[in-house]
Design a protein around this ligand. Structure first.
Ligand SMILES: [Fe+2]
Length: 417
């Protein structure tokens, strides 16, 4: 996209926010009662306290989930203009105030927050026309989802235009992961509004506690998920060091499976899961003696039989981890063959899970393209020949076709030196 796309994006978003801002002023939204002014100050400072004290940096959507319990009451109690102002000012982060932080990004962030607030309060404007006097959880829920959606989409487009969208980062997955958090945020927001409306100022102390408790819960949740993935990564590294001839194998297979999965039309939600399965696929080798794994000569039939237990051992090893439930069958079947002559179950064709078939192919591709004790890495022509030869016997023919097309389009050169 380059600089021009980025400049257009920034101008457009800031312009749009200013247009909404002027429109709300024109509607006469600017007037504030004294206690409302107090609320603006209170909510903005609470938000600032939150974002200044937060250390979570696991994607943009996370921050929107954390601020929602305060942004939603702002919009609900103060309306779109002042609610939007609270959202825009309250989300300033310490890093954005440092010298050298690009000023246009600072204003872009404010504009994005204001816009998300303005757009999500359409629900409010629309529904207050009907003179609801009671707190309506559905309005707040709809606002929460809309706010989170607009905020995340704008960030998404921004990263895309700027060319900073990293691989494997997927909007659908990103959004789904956040939906759950939005529900908690909505709940906290509703409690906030009820407490404020019934107890006004004394309730604020409770709110303080509530907001910080909520932040800690969220932080713990994200830390938990992050450390879980770190464990997977170190597992993969341990597996690779067990077998020095396949150093970096799991990482490379993970990369191939991602590229191949996308080309083969695997659902965007499944691609990252398959990548994790790929990182863990040989975890069962931890149960195989190193003397066998690292044996330089030919393996005896018994030794080979032992190696062949690694898919089952892997499945068993991970069996108790709930978060990996949906990956176990991929790990179990990654050595099945399309013609049914593989192991451990001798499954045939479509009986083998699709994702396991993908992994088998990516696994074999890495074997072909790396040096082994008994042979050098294959050239591109040799790989193509081997793929043609094994298509329909060892590999799923449709997937093999896709990989062959990728190789013919420069994939081999891009990933291998
Ligand atoms: Fe394996």
């Amino acid at each position: 996209m380059g600089n021009r796309g980025w400049a257009i994006f920034v101008t457009l978003i800031i312009g749009l926010a200013l247009a909404f801002f002027s429109y709300f002023i024109w509607l006469g939204e600017a007037h504030l009662a004294f206690n409302e002014l107090g609320l603006v100050v209170l909510l903005t400072s609470l938000l600032l306290l939150l974002s200044f004290g937060t250390t979570i940096e696991s994607g943009a959507g996370t921050s929107s989930a954390i601020i929602l319990p305060l942004v939603l009451p702002s919009l609900y109690l103060l309306g779109p203009l002042w609610g939007g102002i609270v959202a825009a000012l309250g989300t300033i982060k310490p890093s954005q105030l440092k010298k050298g932080f690009p000023r246009h990004v600072f204003f872009l962030n404010r504009a994005m927050m204001f816009l998300a607030g303005a757009i999500s309060s359409f629900w409010l404007v629309f529904l207050t026309d009907f003179q609801f006097e009671w707190i309506n959880i559905w309005i707040i829920g709809a606002m929460g989802i809309t706010f989170s959606f607009v905020n995340n989409s704008l960030l998404w487009v921004g990263l895309w235009v700027d060319g900073k969208l990293s691989r494997g980062n997927n909007f659908i997955l990103f959004a789904l992961e956040r939906v759950r958090t939005v529900f908690i945020s909505v709940l906290v927001a509703v409690i906030f509004i009820i407490v404020y409306q019934s107890h006004a100022l004394p309730g604020i102390l409770i709110l303080f506690a509530l907001v910080f408790l909520f932040r800690d819960v969220l932080q713990a949740r994200f830390k938990h998920i992050n450390s879980f993935f770190q464990v997977i990564e170190s597992f993969a590294r341990v597996i690779d060091t067990k077998d020095p001839y396949t150093r970096g194998h799991s990482e490379r297979v993970a990369q191939y499976v991602e590229d191949l999965g996308k080309k083969a039309g695997l659902s965007p939600i499944r691609v990252p899961r398959l990548v994790q399965a790929a990182k863990l696929h040989d975890v069962g080798k931890l149960g195989i003696p190193e003397a066998i794994l690292q044996k330089p000569g030919r393996l005896t039939a018994r030794e080979y039989d032992q190696i062949k237990t690694h898919p089952e051992q892997g499945e068993e090893l991970l069996n108790n981890i709930e978060m990996l439930d949906d990956l176990l069958h991929i790990i179990r079947h990654h050595h099945e063959r399309y013609d049914g002559k593989g192991y451990p179950d001798g499954r045939k064709g479509e009986e083998i899970p699709f994702e396991a078939r993908l992994l088998t192919l990516a696994d074999a591709y890495d074997c072909m393209t790396t040096d082994r004790i008994y042979r050098r890495a294959l050239s591109k022509e040799e790989v193509l020949e081997e793929l043609e030869r094994c298509s329909g016997t060892q590999f799923d023919p449709r997937l093999t076709r896709i990989l062959i097309d990728m190789l013919n389009n420069g994939y081999y050169e891009r990933h291998l030196k």
